[in-house]
Design a protein around this ligand. Sequence first.
Ligand code: GLC
Ligand code: CA
Length: 580
Amino acid sequence: MSETKIDKKIRRIHAMERKWWHNKVAYQIYPKSFYDSNGDGIGDLPGITLKLDYLKELGVDIVWISPIYSSPFADQGYDISDYYQIDPCFGTMDDMDHLLKEAKKRDMYILMDLVVNHCSDEHEWFEKACEDPDGEYGNFFYIEDRKEGELPCNWRSYFGGPVWEPLPGHPDKQYMHVFHKKQPDLNWENPKVREEVYKNINWWLDKGLGGFRIDAIINIKKKLPYKDYTVDRDDNLSCIDQMLADAKGVGEFLGEMRDKTFKPHNAFTVGEVFNEKDEELPDFIGDGGYFSSMFDFSTTFSSMFDFAGTSFGKSDKGWYANTRITPDDYKKCCFHSQKRIGSIGFLSNIIENHDEPRGVSYYIPEGECSDQSKKMLATLYFMLRGLPFIYQGQEIGMENLGVIPFEKVDDVSALDQYHVAIEAGYSEEEALKIISLYNRDNARTPVQWNAGTNAGFTTGTPWLMVNPNYTQINVESQLHDDHSVLSYYKKLIALRKDPAYQETIVYGDVIPYLEDTHNLMAYYRKGDKTLLVIGNYQTQEQTIALPAPYKSVLLNNYNDVVLNGNEVTLHGYQALILEL
Ligand code: GLC
Ligand code: CA
């Protein structure tokens, strides 16, 4: 019998080197907001350990914890002042060792956040650089002479304003920060910096970490010598993406880092990558790539998912000029991204994280959030090929905060974008509404554990406001309700792990079905079995033809399937996973 095209493709996919993490499910913890064990209003490491059984029961294997290192928290821990210490607000190194031990007992893997594009201005390296800019540590950063009214280049930092800031104590000098001014960029061109970074990575891996999520890593390669790019806002600056697209050679750093750290430890790594070109994908996440997997963060429509899904409709001008993604756009983004990656490697699929709006408030059209639509969105992204990540609270369908008073806004990027909107002529009220959709606080409010005081997150005063909807949306009320969003996530995870379907769900092809049908997202998963995933992405019913009779319904967010011959009439936001 001759091999069909599909068989050939499946054989090729199956030839891909298998990794221990391929069939896993990952979960992101934003530690400040996860669970507070000691009543100081801040989530902590013992709090995570206390909830490991909850995560295990959900079906989670890999847990990524956003930064817990010593930090002045100018950017919520993404500004690290000591890479070898746990910040006291999260606990102690003993707490960390205990967490690692407890995770191991449960066959779970802990990932830390690796933030090495920059450190904190309170890190001793930077303090020493300020003491003696011409000495050894001056070369750990990008420090330039400063002349009034002139900048070495016109790059805009991610949080607004130029990337240049006067060096404390040296008015004649300035340093570069592509993020906040309290996050000076580390000079990766300096081999000593790289050596220090690798030493730290190995130190943590030796402790028994499963690996890292790698922060903002594409920024480590700067275009040198400095040059200006096209001005794209009234501030006379240029979006940093232009520089990044022009900077060549990041691969040399990434390959070296892999060889000296992750590879010898067989560690799992997921890079926060953007700007990569199609032909570079095998280098990034192919067999033996720089990373095991990546969140794909392209800002263009042509290459996206994950962050990029939310980057769809993103404007260089600022949040006020963004356009909202529609169900059809979302479908296009997902399929494009799946096609682009093919069998090269495994993307890490998300609908939200600590930098994004709550997925259900963003990908489901306004006013249409319901348990059904939340379950449908969960089905559509979770069944794609790749490693699914769940962000804390997503599994119970946590939603955006909505519009909050200016004094309550904590996120540095939202504060910046508020001013960008005001400068563009919006009123204060309008500006608040604009930032409410993307404000990073949306995803950072405390996890809603129960309907009690502060949603059961803390007995003290929470560091960030609790979403007032916690009385309706919380873990406790969903745990024993078979129809809850939480129970649905458990079923989705269980299906991915079911030995009968695992091969198909983990390694099978994704092939769109009825791709052009409006407000419908449907695709096959083809491996040793054939599954059909269907989502009616609207409140109205919709009738579609099935390609073949189905053998069984593996998952359904309604109680029934309305069949008429080979046609199925889908309820509003109905999701189905069928075995054909
Ligand atoms: C990443 C993080 C974000 C942080 C930034 C700077 O994008 O996810 O939270 O602000 O890097 O470290
Ligand atoms: Ca605490």
